[in-house]
Design a protein around this ligand. Structure first.
Ligand SMILES: [Zn+2]
Length: 383
């Protein structure tokens, strides 16, 4: 990863480059801030720059043998430590970071801006937490006692050092204070305040500011085709957090998709008799989604039904009680006439029933076919 691929953070990049040029980069430094500000990508870009065989004034070259290995995160002198635990996709007793490195690389190379929860999802966690154990500290000591393989420098990136327990932290205090020649520790933390001062006091802390408006806007605009007004809205809500900006766009897209599916369901239910083939292919489409997505669709449907009831009850159609976006409103303008006191209870019951069945792993095609047939009857019920 090159500095140029890290969104914003120009000042810190320049500071690091200057320190390297003047040979005064600290041997243990900490980048602190929310993950969406880019601590981890910045750490990797810095490590790549340190190891580059052909360093430029402002960035690593991206093409030397070292950079090529960095690009895939497989440089033998680049080491990662991050919170792990036994999980669905990590079926190892007392795992350490190395056991999860393929999963780590996969996630980072797909999208280097991610949160702790996103990482836990990658590990297949349901209600677990990751930790950095003493076994991990032992591994750090062993790795750093070896000579470097290819580079002048060995870089150890520790992501979420907050997750180190006290014994694990104590075990690396000495090496953090006096690392072997040519070793750089980069700790990437969210809340240094929650860490043992014995650790933080041994590092030089660099606090990440939010990503500046322009850089964030340019990156998001290059990735997603958003109309100007929507783009501005996303950037405003993200408040300098790259991860939050991407999440907002993703949710927006998902919401649009769900609305499309909801409109299809309702239109087909209205004309169930003549539209049976289309209804069946709708059922196929929704049944092909994962269980979580199916459930999300049903929860969304419930919300739309409820909003339409409110909308229908308001004679003047003023929208104060209704929380819908423009597209949802456009559809609901006519549709709301069909949701009323005479059928709201039964429709709500059917959606809830479907949610319960999906959660209980029932056969999705039957659940959705059943729901649409019930709807086609309820939608015509008189008020
Ligand atoms: Zn290079």
């Amino acid at each position: 990863m090159k500095f140029s691929e890290v969104t914003g953070q120009k000042e810190l990049k320049n500071r690091f480059i200057r320190m390297i040029r003047e040979n005064r980069l600290p041997h243990a430094l900490m980048l602190a801030g929310p993950p969406g500000y880019g601590g981890l990508p910045l750490a990797v870009a810095l490590a790549q720059y340190i190891s580059c065989n052909n360093r430029g004034e402002e960035d690593s070259c991206g093409t030397c043998p070292s950079c090529l290995k960095y690009k895939k995160l497989i440089h033998p002198d680049l080491h990662f430590v991050f919170p792990v635990n036994k999980g669905k996709k990590l079926d190892v007793k007392e795992p350490v970071s190395d056991d999860a490195i393929p999963l780590w690389r996969e996630l980072f190379l797909e999208e280097p801006y991610f949160t702790l929860n996103r990482w836990y999802e990658q590990l297949g966690f349901e209600n677990q937490q990751g930790i950095i154990t003493t076994a991990e500290s032992g591994k750090i000591l062993r790795k750093l006692s070896l000579k470097t393989y290819e580079s002048e420098y060995k870089v150890m990136i520790i992501w979420y050092p907050e997750k180190m327990n006290q014994q694990a932290a104590n075990k690396i205090l000495k090496i953090l204070e006096e690392p072997p020649e040519g070793t750089v520790f980069i700790l990437v933390a969210e809340n240094p305040e929650s860490m043992l001062t014995t650790v933080t006091s041994r590092t030089q802390i660099f606090v990440l500011p939010p990503v500046d408006h322009e850089s964030l806007k340019n990156t998001i605009a290059a990735r997603y085709a958003l109309p100007g007004k929507e783009l501005e809205e996303v950037i405003r809500l993200a408040r300098g957090d790259m991860y939050r900006a991407m999440e907002t766009v993703r949710l927006k897209e998902e919401n649009q998709e769900r609305l499309r599916q909801f409109i299809s369901l309702m239109r087909l239910s209205f004309k169930c008799n003549e539209k049976m083939p289309e209804l069946l292919s709708w059922v196929d489409e929704i049944s092909a989604l994962g269980r979580e997505k199916q459930k999300e669709f049903l929860v969304y449907g419930l919300r739309m039904i409820r909003e339409n009831l409110f909308l229908g009850m308001m004679a003047d159609k003023k929208q104060e009680l209704v929380f819908m976006n423009k597209e949802e409103e456009n559809f609901s303008h006519k549709f709301s006439a069909f949701i009323h006191a005479g059928n709201i209870e039964a429709i709500t019951r059917e959606f809830n029933e479907a949610i319960r069945h999906i959660e209980a792993n029932a056969y999705a095609r039957i659940v959705f076919l059943d729901l649409s047939l019930k709807l086609s009857e309820l939608i015509y019920r008189e008020n």
